[in-house]
Design a protein around this ligand. Structure first.
Ligand code: ARG
Length: 566
């Protein structure tokens, strides 16, 4: 598709004197089929050409109309040029592109030579966390893969919340009520339980808080006994998180978190101080951002203890130093918006050019059955438990629908986890998502299982036919609206991929998957793929194979396993 758009842009550039790149960027695939295969809005170009938009549209339509393949027709509609493509030329270009790429992904790699540091998940050890964490984790993982697909070198960072006063509390609680056994079998749950119990007991016994503060001070001073406990809590938690990450197909490059940066804070504060940005206020060390309407960023408390913001300053400086990134993405909930605005503004004021390359990719809440997750005891849902439940429900559905299915357990895991991942991604980031089990696991809604099922269906058609056609195929035979619809969806992918990265919005890719699956379903429900006519069968199988490959590639980008049988 990109090649055809380029060819058309070149013709229009020759006719108008406008730059090719500008025309390429403006040509779009309109949402409504009736408007043609491609459309070009002429509002912006009109100013440059000193004409009215409809005049420009009429000129362009005239220039294209008889210009031959890949243009089959062009007409002006108001300020738009609507373009119909030669179906055979489009099919040849798109299917050629898919089969020319081993991965099924676009071959152009605009991110090559650049590094994207993507920080996501970043759980707080020993503090309650919720399914919201799952959403951020799925988002960050998808963005990492999307950037890799575009050629970026990606560094995946899990910025562990592994330092802070909560450790004073859990160490105190562990010494009083802890269980070695539980710590080993379910560290995250046990630490959480201790944290919650500590909170309850401290309400009636405030002396506990004092004790916890003293323990944390010892930890900050590096006391061996406290450090050993902290170390164990941390490494057991990492191991348990890694089991969840493995289920989601994620591997991090770094777990350097708040503890790692606690000793690097001073250098960061000194850096900002040297730039004249640091003030003392009531004993605390701050960056005053009142002029920028961003309030005050606290760096050091009056006892010079480091806090969240100063560790983030240190981490950003360190990441730039280590990775020379061209993008640093923080996938973190929308409630931390101000924190990141302050962080980026401070770096910008300190003259860090690269502050512009930092971005807070925020996201909305996760609801379960319409209810907001809170950290109040009883409503906390552990990450692994959500996945377990999804896999369990998927197993039930599979047992009903397809008791003969091979490898049922693996399939249930893939479908359950896929349903959770897809639900986290298909909704635009800024919207809340609702994990209504029945809906997200449905095989025929806008769901992960539906896409996996479509993929399996395509595989099954190919199995029946004995594989994809070898040798030359006459793609000009793919002439029906349904076939053309599928080809067009396939052709849109490279743009959608680039837009998803640009906007850090995997929802675009997720919706594209649904559109592709919809088009594919319309095609094979209305036309027999394997029929009497050998040439037509070969052409249709080639189309089925191209959809299968692209769908699989994108499902994997989104973190779903593309099953071959379902
Ligand atoms: N651990 C933090 C939390 O759960 C999120 C960390 C976000 N990343 C950062 N660099 N501050 O609230």
């Amino acid at each position: 598709m990109d090649q055809l758009i380029l060819a058309i842009a070149q013709r229009l550039a020759a006719a108008s004197g406008l730059p090719v790149a500008e025309l390429v960027a403006l040509i779009e695939v309109p949402p409504d089929e009736k408007m043609g295969d491609l459309a070009l809005p002429c509002f912006r170009l009109a100013g440059k050409l000193k004409k009215k938009p409809p005049e420009v549209a009429a000129d362009f339509a005239a220039a294209l109309a008889g210009s031959g393949s890949p243009v089959a027709g062009a007409s002006a509609a108001g300020a738009y040029v609507n373009i119909r493509l030669d179906r055979a030329a489009l099919a040849a270009a798109v299917l050629g592109e898919v089969s020319g790429s081993a991965s099924g992904l676009p071959v152009s790699k605009p991110g090559a030579g650049q590094t994207a540091v993507i920080e996501f998940s970043s759980p707080n050890i020993a503090k309650p966390f919720t399914v919201a964490l799952l959403r951020g984790t799925a988002l960050g993982a998808a963005l990492s893969r999307i950037h890799e697909a575009l050629g970026f070198k990606v560094v995946r960072c899990d910025y562990f919340g592994d330092w802070g006063t909560q450790f004073g509390k859990v160490i105190t609680a562990f010494r009083k009520w802890g269980s070695e056994e539980k710590l080993k079998s379910e560290p995250i749950g046990h630490l959480l339980e201790l944290y919650v119990r500590f909170g309850e007991e401290a309400k009636v016994n405030p002396a506990l808080d004092e004790e916890a503060r003293a323990v944390f001070r010892k930890l900050e001073d590096g006391s061996a006994e406290e450090m050993a406990l902290w170390e164990r809590f941390r490494s057991l938690s990492v191991a348990e998180f890694e089991r969840v990450y493995a289920r989601l197909g994620i591997k991090f490059d770094s777990y350097d978190g708040e503890a790692y940066y606690r000793n690097k804070v001073q250098a960061g504060v000194d850096f900002l101080r040297a730039k004249g940005l640091v003030e003392q206020s009531q004993g605390a060390t701050i960056v005053n951002l009142e002029k920028q309407k961003l309030g005050v960023m606290l760096l050091l408390k009056s006892d010079d203890a480091s806090i969240y913001a100063s560790r983030d300053v240190a981490a950003a400086l360190d990441r730039q130093e280590r990775f020379r990134f061209s993008k640093l993405i923080y996938v973190v909930g929308a409630d931390q918006k101000l924190h990141f605005q302050q962080l980026f503004k401070s770096l910008e004021l300190a003259g860090c050019e690269w502050a512009k390359a930092c971005r807070h990719v925020d996201f909305g809440l996760v609801l379960i059955g319409g209810e907001k997750m809170s950290t109040r005891a009883g409503k906390v849902v552990l990450l692994g438990e959500v996945l377990d439940k999804a896999a369990e429900l998927a197993a039930k559905i599979i047992a009903e629908k397809n008791p003969e299915m091979p490898n049922k357990e693996r399939a249930a895991e893939a479908v359950g986890v896929g349903a959770v991942a897809f639900t986290s991604l298909v909704t635009r980031r800024n919207k809340d998502v609702d994990f209504a089990w029945e809906r997200i696991l449905s095989f025929d809604g806008e769901t992960g299982p539906y896409l996996q099922y479509t993929h399996a269906r395509l595989c099954s058609i190919l199995r029946k036919a004995g594989g994809a056609p070898a040798g030359a195929v006459d793609l000009g035979l793919l002439a029906t609206d349904e076939e053309h619809g599928v080809v067009k969806q396939l052709g849109r992918m490279s743009r959608i991929l680039a837009d998803s990265a640009e906007n850090c919005e995997p929802a675009l890719l997720a919706s594209w998957c649904l559109d592709l699956a919809g088009a594919a379903n319309r095609f094979y429900n209305q036309h027999r793929v394997i029929g009497e006519d050998a040439a037509l069968t070969a052409a249709r199988l080639a189309l089925v194979d191209a959809v299968r490959r692209r769908l699989r590639a994108v499902l994997e980008l989104l973190g779903l396993v593309a099953l071959e049988e379902m």
